[in-house]
Write a protein that binds this ligand. Structure first.
Ligand code: ISC
Length: 465
């Protein structure tokens, strides 16, 4: 499977570099392989690489990534995390010997990971393994587009390493991954308990936010709540991903493991995508249920498009994204009016954004500018973040935060981790939030967050509706 000559030669060159410079070097080999199911690849690695896997399938289904093992991992610090990531990523790229296929997006050296929502909140126990942010350079990366799969193997080499040993070890692992049986049976795992945050307290908090807006500069705040599920046995992500992929095809389906935890979801909201110097973002805010039939669905859509409160919620996001990107883009196209984005359980006001940005801008610069937009934080950003940190009283961890990948060719994509859940063995926490503005009605916001739990509830409860 792995081309032995390529691999030993690349490793040999990386070891020589390591000897010359007395620094570690990465050997990175990419080859085209027969198209395979990325989820099957993710699944076969469950036993041996549990805790070090990720999955990503964008809504166009033209970038599907399955990452297995961590050649390197980066833990983001509390402060200056975007600078840190930029520096560490540049260092990795300057200390790598790359061979095989080159220039193909999302292959070769690639970082996958996510940041925590907020630097002020110290990660609680259940988010501990993700810290303030965590990124992997995977040992094995399977990249699948509409036609083809590519396998990238990355291994860290030191001056003392022996090329044959490293290369043989890599080849053995590849053989195991590709030789393993892929017809799995799914264990029953009954749901034992479901516990929502206290509804009345949460609605009271929405009321308080509305009140505060009457007397302060706070214009919008996004409030989230959780639902806790307990299962009989530890929950594994592969079956959930398979169902999410089927049930939410118009979203970006992702998972990221860290130790015994796994964060996963099906998010409709792209924060930023970069293809060379082309940039794409999205403003998504303002929500309503799907109708029971086409007529009702269209009627709900019209109501949403014409609703003052939802239009205001949306407008704040568009304005903020426009000013965040204006300074970084030579060209920026943002339509005047939103359209509808219809997902399986919910419809949103949606304004697509595209532009051309300075090629030297890294994705981390763009994320730093954009996160959190008022679709996840609020407006003004600092007042909203302070209000959330003080009143929401939950550790969002990676919920509502940028999660995604960047490659060594200037491409990458980050979504925000909404419609998501954190798995800690047999305990699962679901997250859902909504934008609160001056006209918000607490009971309606509560209802909206209930709808937003639905995509994840459907897969955890194994239902198809
Ligand atoms: C914060 C969430 O949704 C955001 C994205 C789209 C629409 C939203 C809204 O209408 O409130 C939220 O801003 C969530 O799903 O947890």
């Amino acid at each position: 499977m792995l081309n032995g000559n390529d691999s030993i030669d690349t490793i040999q060159r990386a070891i020589s570099k390591a000897r010359e410079t007395k620094q570690k070097y990465i050997a990175c080999i990419t080859q085209k392989i027969e198209k395979i199911d990325p989820l099957a690849f993710y699944r076969v690695a469950q036993k041996r690489y549990n805790g070090q896997r990720f999955y990503w399938e964008n809504k166009d289904h033209d970038v599907v990534l399955a990452g297995i093992g961590a050649a390197l991992s980066i833990n983001a610090g509390r402060t200056l995390k975007y600078e840190q990531l930029k520096d560490e990523w540049a260092y990795i790229q300057n200390h790598a010997v790359i061979s095989g296929i080159k220039g193909k997006q999302a292959t070769g050296l690639l970082l996958f990971g996510g940041f925590s929502f907020d630097d002020k909140t110290t990660p609680s126990d259940h988010w501990q393994s993700f810290g303030f942010g965590l990124f992997y350079l995977p040992t094995f990366l399977l990249t699948t587009d509409k036609e083809q799969s590519y396998l990238t193997c990355s291994v860290v080499c030191t001056a003392d390493d022996k090329p044959e040993l490293l290369s043989n070890h890599l080849a053995e692992q590849v053989e195991q991954l590709f030789g393993a049986k892929t017809d799995f049976t799914t264990d029953q795992n009954p749901l034992i308990t479901t516990q929502d945050q206290n509804a009345e307290e949460w609605k009271r908090l929405v009321g308080e936010a509305v009140k505060v807006m009457e007397t302060t500069d706070l214009q919008k705040v996004v409030l989230a709540r959780t639902r806790k599920l307990t299962f009989q046995k530890p929950m594994h992500s592969e079956d959930l991903l398979s169902n999410l992929r089927e049930q939410q095809p118009e979203t970006c389906v992702f998972s990221m493991e860290a130790g015994t935890s796994c964060f996963l979801g099906a998010t409709p909201e792209r924060l930023v995508k970069k293809s060379g110097n082309h940039l794409y973002s999205a403003c998504l805010a303002g929500s309503i249920a799907r109708g029971k039939d086409d007529d009702e669905d269209a009627r709900f859509g019209e109501i949403l498009l014409n609703d003052r409160k939802n239009r205001l919620e949306h407008h704040y996001v568009v304005d903020t994204v426009r000013s965040a990107l204006a300074g970084l883009c030579e060209q920026l196209n943002i339509p005047e009016q939103p359209i509808l984005m219809k997902n399986r359980n919910i419809q949103h006001l949606y304004t697509p954004v595209d532009g051309v940005c300075d090629p030297n801008r890294s994705l981390f610069d763009l994320i730093e500018r954009l996160h959190p937009t008022p679709a996840l934080g609020g407006l003004p950003r600092t007042s909203a973040m302070d209000w959330i940190a003080k009143h929401e009283k939950l550790d969002r961890g990676l919920y509502a935060s940028p999660i995604g990948w960047c490659d060594g060719y200037g491409n990458g994509e980050f979504h925000v981790g909404i419609r998501s859940a954190l798995i800690n063995s047999e305990r699962v926490t679901l997250f859902a939030g909504c934008g609160v503005v001056r006209d918000s009605v607490p009971a309606q916001e509560y209802e909206e967050t209930s709808i937003k739990f639905q995509p994840m509830m459907n897969v955890f409860a194994g239902r198809k509706s």
